[in-house]
Ligand binder design. Sequence first.
Ligand code: GUN
Length: 284
Amino acid sequence: MIFIILDGKKTAETLMNKIANDVAALSDTITLALIMVGKNPASQVYVRNKIKACNEVGIQVKEFFLDEKLPQKELMKIIADCNSDSSIHGILVQLPLPNHLDEDAIINAIDPLKDVDGLTIINQGKLMNGLDAIVPATPKGIITLLQKYFVDIAGKNAVVVGRSKLVGKPVALLLLQKNATVTIAHSKTANLRDVTKRADILVVAVGKPLFISADMVKKDAVVVDVGINKVEGKIVGDVDYVEVKEITSYITPVPKGVGPMTIASLLENILICYKKQLATQETA
Ligand code: GUN
């Protein structure tokens, strides 16, 4: 069967070139405050990749690598300081946080204009209402990638497996905005196979290696795999790519699919935050 690989790496590179040009044309230095608490090994890899990407496009990173046992009050103080520092344009708190910290309180302490992850209630509420939100990077990157390949979304049955606020819920809202008929499935969904089998567009974000097998996928479906799982030293997605690709029309590989799009979209969000702050200053 002929299928088309949704090449996130190549698409992200084009995006990053454009972002680098945009950054170079600005008179201000754009700065991201990147906050990580503890030493979660997966987070360390993600954070390293984010810093590298920022450096590549000329965005400065102010790193806050903080002790695992950091008290909540101290983290809230760091965020308050970043909020009021006009030389910082974006704030990213890497998740997950250690258990003693109140994630909701910490995320929502971020100024929504500096919320590059689009995780504050303000930005999630704006997205829900179709307003001008900062959209979380992974869902945004997925839509950009589908559009790059002219994948039809309107009128299609889209099934999202996973309901996190970082990926599942926002990608479902974005697909709905594009007039797909959207179903959100999750770990408690009965007869998951019957649900995924109806999907013209299947987005999988469950964090379980090779969770989606070929018998769960409709012929000629578009499959987007958000998973990044390490199995015996190798990175694999949530979709059994080798088997599933044969029955799809389009599919994202892992790696080089959604991952690079997430990073490029994060960089876009940092620039959007910068511009929103400029606009606010000008109208003040
Ligand atoms: N942990 C895994 N993915 C992400 C992300 O996109 N943003 C943040 N802040 N934490 C994450």
